[in-house]
Design a protein around this ligand. Structure first.
Ligand SMILES: *Cc1c(COP(=O)(O)O)cnc(C)c1O
Length: 404
């Protein structure tokens, strides 16, 4: 097989495991918030690779960081440490509550580490029984066996044999349900500060603080899954910073690498001590290539220019979506924070998010869904105002075509 071999979308169905249903075009090049497909057709990208391409496509500083590192050292395994990993960890610690960092390659793996650490912590402090994890209905924490079990969407966990035990789900934003579920056997509560896949649903005011208080009362760890909400997406480096509620463990991925697969679990000295030598590991986690790119992403994202720009872009998008819906009724609510936005379809449009996504694509626009009733936007944090104007114009045309 050579580079010049011609492939097309129909090959997907022939050669790929059918667990995805990709749209009917293959992108081959990107720059900023624009993408081009095999036919040279151009798209405005408001999907951002599902909240991953925080600095758009082919950002010159990231290309530089990646290629400079690629010429030096790709991989050494965790038998050795490396400079980019130590620099990135130091910068994450300086920027957050954390005192220790563990690197992995995906959001699910960061969460896997978080859940294992919480169970080890519980085991060490309270014995065999202190292993219960409480998570939220409709939450999403990844697709490994442990993370789909903790996740609150049964469609992802059922049909794979016996579930992992010791996990309980309570409705999101329902404090009373959590209070009743918690016991001294609870080792951790895991919460997304904004539920992403579940429909872009933010935590109610006061909820996260109350969860924090309950965790303290039961010596349970509070885990914030910021795989989607973190790394500048909400206009602060991490969403917990808006509410001033500090977790014991925080997971980051998606935007962390700006497109390079890397994730991190952040925690404190006291808790990290329970992952002693040999308790957990990863071959690739913290590899020099990923860490060099993520270090540059962090340097750029964690600046007032970028973080403050997120709010302005949110406003521009939000105003535009409301304007479209005033003319062509379709959304009943715009929710989310910063550049993690959900446009909730109104009663007449319920269940049609995939249709909206496909119509947008026909007009040269990429958007996401978050369930059947919500159109989700998670563009680059530095998308230009002009690209937003053009994206909204294409969305208006797409919605107009569906209105018929
Ligand atoms: C995407 C996501 C994950 C899973 O990340 P992967 O990189 O796909 O493993 C976990 N938690 C949240 C909140 C996510 O949005």
């Amino acid at each position: 097989m050579t580079q010049s071999m011609q492939v097309k979308r129909s090959d997907f169905d022939r050669v790929m495991v059918p667990n995805y249903a990709p749209v009917d075009m293959i992108p081959v090049r990107g720059e900023g918030s624009r993408l081009w497909d095999q036919q040279g057709r151009e798209y405005v990208d408001l999907a951002g690779g599902i909240a991953v391409n925080a600095l758009g496509h082919a950002h010159p500083a990231l290309v530089e960081a990646l290629t400079a590192q690629a010429g030096k050292l790709w991989h050494v395994s965790n038998v050795l440490t490396n400079e980019p990993a130590l620099r990135l960890a130091s910068k994450l610690i300086d920027a957050t509550f954390a005192e220790k960092v563990f690197f992995a390659n995906s959001g699910a793996e960061a969460n896997e580490a978080a859940f294992k650490l919480a169970r080890r912590y519980g085991h060490d402090r309270g014995g065999e029984n202190k292993h219960k994890i409480i998570a939220c209905t409709n939450s999403f924490h990844g697709r490994t066996y442990f993370t789909v079990s903790v996740g609150g969407q049964p469609k992802y966990s059922q049909g794979f044999g016996p579930a992992i035990g010791g996990i309980e789900h309570v409705p999101y934003n329902d404090l009373e349900a959590l209070r009743q579920a918690m016991t001294d056997d609870t080792c951790a509560v895991v919460v997304e500060p904004i539920q992403g896949e579940g429909g872009v649903i933010p935590a109610d005011e006061g909820y996260l603080q109350a969860v924090r208080d309950l965790c303290n009362a039961h010596d349970a760890l509070l885990i914030f899954d910021e795989v989607q909400s973190g790394m500048g997406r909400t206009g602060k480096l991490f969403a917990y910073m808006h509410v001033g509620v500090t977790p014991d463990i925080l997971t980051s991925a998606k935007s962390l690498g700006g497109g390079f697969p890397i994730s991190a679990m952040l925690t404190t000295d006291r808790i990290a001590a329970h992952f002693s030598v040999g308790t957990h590991g990863s071959t690739y986690g913290g590899n020099p290539l990923g860490c060099a790119v993520a270090e540059r992403v962090l340097d750029i994202v964690n600046t007032p220019e970028v973080l403050e720009g997120v709010q302005a872009r949110h406003q521009q998008l939000s105003d535009g979506l409301k304007r479209i819906s005033a003319e062509l009724p379709i959304f009943e609510q715009i929710r989310g924070r910063g550049l993690l936005m959900g446009a909730v379809l109104n009663q007449d449009w319920k269940g049609r998010a995939r249709e909206v996504q496909e119509a947008a694509q026909r007009e040269g626009l990429l958007v996401l869904q978050a369930g059947p009733d919500v159109m989700r936007l998670a563009p680059s944090l530095i998308i230009t105002p002009e690209d937003i104007v053009e994206g909204l114009a294409r969305l208006r045309r797409a919605i107009s075509s569906l209105h018929g």
